[in-house]
Design a protein around this ligand. Sequence first.
Ligand SMILES: Nc1ncnc2c1ncn2[C@@H]1O[C@H](COP(=O)(O)OP(=O)(O)OP(=O)(O)O)[C@@H](O)[C@H]1O
Length: 245
Amino acid sequence: MNPIVSIQGLSKQYRNQRGIRDIRLEIGAGDIYGLLGPNGAGKTTILKLMTGLIRPDQGTVSLFGSDIREQFELGMRRVGCMIESADFHDFLNASQYLTCVARYYPHITKKRMDEVLESVGLYAVRKDKIKNYSTGMKQKLALAAAILPEPELVILDEPTNGLDIEGTVMFRSLVQRCSEELGTTFIISSHMIHELEQLCNRVGVIFEGKLRTEGRVTELLKHNQSLEQFYIQELQQAREAAHSA
Ligand SMILES: Nc1ncnc2c1ncn2[C@@H]1O[C@H](COP(=O)(O)OP(=O)(O)OP(=O)(O)O)[C@@H](O)[C@H]1O
């Protein structure tokens, strides 16, 4: 595998001693990688470190061969991301917001913005002020912004939070379409394990700040009835090991 994401020895400890320890992870072009783990395990911390939102204590993150500490813009140029709840200028409408986002890229047309709004189901309300949007609608807009420039790598932190059932189905088909038509690589942190089972080719389980295990979904499903069963079993074993240590 020629990795487009390479994480080596990544550690971050917050003042309260929580955080992540010695994460090693490689993600190849075209992977749809699911990051699983209980609340507070460290998933968002990894995604924030990957996108330069926080600095590591140790270790490196390389995106498309560029160490993000040394060549941040070069690595991030090919990345779209949505991390934690989106923060918008409420007085804008969705079209205006995407126009602001488009300023960072040279090639985005009005047609592309409309196409993306259509694909996340916001085209009909594109002229409504964002302040009147529901949580799920804001989530869809954040997703639209993340995929707007057709990035090669998309990093999504709990993307289906707040989405209704149709929204969740829309999300799944959007990821599948980007993957099939553009070869987009995805890293998705989510508690929606059935979604991840359908979408991902690889998953990793984070437990108490460490990458406990990872595997190919097809392989895991040969030995487990579902990804959920595998995950619950992994957590039980991790807790037993932590207890007896
Ligand atoms: N800014 C911060 N200051 C102190 N502690 C933090 C900070 N951010 C996160 N933490 C702690 O680090 C740990 C990992 O948090 P993180 O948000 O990465 O977990 P997560 O796996 O994304 O959880 P969830 O599934 O609940 O979103 C948690 O114990 C959290 O309380």
